[in-house]
Design a protein around this ligand. Structure first.
Ligand code: NDP
Length: 332
């Protein structure tokens, strides 16, 4: 079997040299364990934080050891009755082609209930749940709201915008990093307006797209985007602080937002969240978003990179904006 290990910790932007591919004998499952042949693994922005040796809500990766993260595959050997050979399972041992896991730590899923297995890592998985919980519970979205989402053509952002549209937003605005992504948001995903944040200051482009202000901001980016949103938010506006990807590879503290004091007079509610603490919302989320998927009302775009050896490049590409929708790696 093969696995990708952390070779060294990056300072600033990571490079391919921070990763190494290792070959080792395929292990046999012990009592209560299963051997899984991985089919898809996820690469996610939060993994950048795990490359640093700092305390966080999730443990750092260790130098010389395999990275980990969400993956889906098939059980090829089993010492656990409840997870038989042939079962399709979701688990946390990505970044390798074969994985031995405790049966108690895998979730059996129905491959026929999704358009592709990888959808369990994207629209129908933690990515979709992040969008659902962040928009509906954290930002307290209501029909009639004007919603702005950054990172809008990415995995989480594209779902946020579509849920807002389907739940009756007055107007959905997205920002993304290329003309093609802006076109995709408006033409394919039904956003009312979108802009390329690289074209002109976000503050100005957001004001033009939302002359009457916004009610909800779903923040995937932080920095200038958050500052612009605070400026455009209406009284009692709500912000879901989901991510701050603009600063993940920076080596100094962010200079923006500089206008946080506006939150006082506008009586804004800015609230952070970690999706892992909202798993109780999974049943409602799967029922509602799964229904839209079956009805063809929501799109689940993915960018698929082939092969374990290309996983570091997929991860680096994610931070450079090379993905539209969820970035996944196809294995085997
Ligand atoms: P995406 O699919 O959105 O991929 C990341 C995207 O970020 C890129 O495609 C790129 O798109 C954009 N980006 C990169 N650098 C910048 C920058 N400097 N300014 C603006 N955009 C940038 O990833 P996810 O959907 O998986 O994650 C989106 C956000 O949500 C991240 O911040 C992540 O950390 C966070 N997250 C938080 C969770 C939680 O529990 N709180 C759970 C899951 C994700 P572009 O071409 O548009 O620049």
């Amino acid at each position: 079997m093969q696995e990708i290990r952390l070779a060294s910790r990056p300072t600033g932007w990571p490079t391919a040299d921070n990763f190494e591919l290792a070959e080792l004998p395929t292990p046999a499952p012990g009592p209560g364990q299963v051997l899984i042949r991985n089919r898809f693994m996820s690469v996610d922005p939060y993994m950048r934080g795990r490359m640093n040796d700092v305390e966080s809500y999730v443990a750092p990766f260790e130098i010389g050891k395999a990275l980990d993260g969400a993956a889906i595959g098939e059980v090829v050997a089993s010492n656990a009755e409840q997870v038989p050979v042939g079962a399709t399972v979701l688990h946390g041992l990505g970044w390798r082609d074969f994985a031995v896991a405790d049966a108690a730590h895998v979730r059996v899923v129905d491959p026929a209930a999704a358009p592709t297995l990888s959808a369990y890592l994207g629209l129908l998985g933690m990515t979709g749940l992040t969008a659902y919980v962040g928009l509906l519970d954290i930002a307290q979205f209501r029909a009639g709201d004007v919603v702005f989402v950054s990172g809008a053509a990415g995995a989480v952002g594209s779902v946020v915008g579509q849920i807002a549209r389907l739940r009756g937003a007055k107007r959905v605005i997205g920002s993304a990093g290329s003309a093609e992504k802006v076109r995709h948001l408006v033409d394919d995903l039904g956003f009312d307006a979108a802009f390329n944040y690289k074209d002109a200051p976000v503050r100005q482009q957001l004001r033009d797209a939302a002359p009457d202000g916004i009610d909800v901001y779903f923040d995937n980016v932080g920095g200038d985007h958050l500052e612009a949103a605070i400026g455009s938010l209406n009284k009692f506006g709500r912000v879901a602080l989901c991510g701050a990807i603009a600063q993940y590879n920076e080596t100094s503290a962010p200079a923006t937002p500089r206008n946080l004091a506006l939150a006082i007079g506008k009586e804004l509610n800015l609230r952070g969240f970690i999706v892992g603490n909202h798993r109780d919302r999974m049943p409602e989320f799967v029922a509602e978003v799964g229904g839209w998927l079956r009805a063809g009302e929501i799109e689940s775009r993915e960018t698929v990179v082939e092969g374990l050896a290309a996983a570091p490049e997929a991860f680096l590409g994610l931070m450079r904006g090379e993905n539209t929708g969820k970035m996944v790696v196809k294995l085997g």
